[in-house]
Design a protein around this ligand. Sequence first.
Ligand code: ASP
Length: 480
Amino acid sequence: MRNGMKLLLSVTVLLSFTTTRTGAVEDHDIPRELMQGREKRQLSEQTLIVTTIMQSPFIMAKPTGGLEGFCIDLLQLFAERFKFRYEIKLVKDGFYGSKLENGRWTGMLGELMSEEADIAIAPLTITREREKAFGFTRPFMSVGISILMRKDFNSQGANLFHFLSPFSVDTWLGLFIAYVLTCFCLFLAARLSPNEWSEPEVENSRFSLLDSFWFGVGALTLQGVGPHPRAVSTRVIGTIWWLFVIIFLVAYITFFAASLSSEPQRPLIKSFNDLAKQREIEYGTVYGGSTFAFFKHSKIPAYAKIYETMNSRSDSVLVRTMAEGVQRVLGSNYALIGESSTIDLAVAEHCNLMRVSDFAAVRGYGIATRLGDPLRDNLTLAIMELEESGSLQQLKAKYWKSSCSDENAAEWSPLKLNQIGGTFLFLAIGLSLGLIIACIELAIKSRKKADQDKSCCNIFTEELNLRFKERSEANKKTNA
Ligand code: ASP
């Protein structure tokens, strides 16, 4: 009897070895019809007991009753392909499956081991420890371990100089240079234009350099301070400056609003190292899953520290399901460590959540069968087929849709000089025009004053001297 058992065992092991090792070769060598014949012999008309776990969007309860989700669609595709029937049972203890000290397995894997189920279809991570005890198919999805956080917990507090963020440094510099140049041009035009400064012999110009700068600031703050320009030349410069300022103010307000609502540019927690170092934010993961086991077995100091922290407060920081974890992140000062598939879905559904870009490990989800079960190879082949035909991609696209608007998703950046360069050109043209008009105004006056003794050019030069060089003498005259 004992010998018989041994023989049976060795035949099973041999069979499983052959199936496992030669699977890839068989795919190429055996004609498809034969393969299908073999599959049908093994699977058709069988009723498979499928164990699974509630995990959005893989397995979810339908509002009308029953189950739906990525894994349910996958199972249906397999059932159609291999013509088997199935019965889905939710895992009794609610765990994915981990090995206990006594060698027994919990969760879905425990149910496979005790033959309560034939396969486990769920977001079940393939790990070395599990692979040794169960037959896993080729991964149907790759995922990385990351951190889910609330965006507002991950911003760098109040930044005193955030008000400068709407414009890049060169835009601010350009604005400053534009301001200085405009005020200087206004000062020049006010000196040149006889309509602005009609009697340089007896009075001071209304626009001293300081007044010009004051006028420029007034426009920047929409206050319209005096003295107000009177000549066409100074009015052209004033108007162009006002228009330029309005464009800049609108851009500033728009970009400032966008910068406030955008994702923080420099997050506080950028990696698992940052998470391990801090104490303000509590963190945890799903109990009895591969993520918890990953940190438990890790030799990397930061990961080992994360495990210690989670383990020492296991009652308060470990959650039973990812859905429970997501609710905790939304409602408290908590960060959830989990797999990117679930984290990305939570980020897509809740726009105030974010995934930290660091990944602790990249793994895959596979379908688990009992060790040596030929079902594994058939399912692996089917997964490869679905992958190659693009059906897996389509299925992913069906369940991972973002409800956040594109504006939020788009990365915000400050306004650059080249985006608003046209306004500077517009200002430069206006300033040149103002100065040209001021010269024309002076030329007209010179022409009017010209007589037989003095030519128009002489008077123009004299006026220029009077307006720029001999101001102190003119003042003296006035004072006298
Ligand atoms: N997918 C995981 C597992 O198979 C769950 C987790 O720990 O995040 O255990």
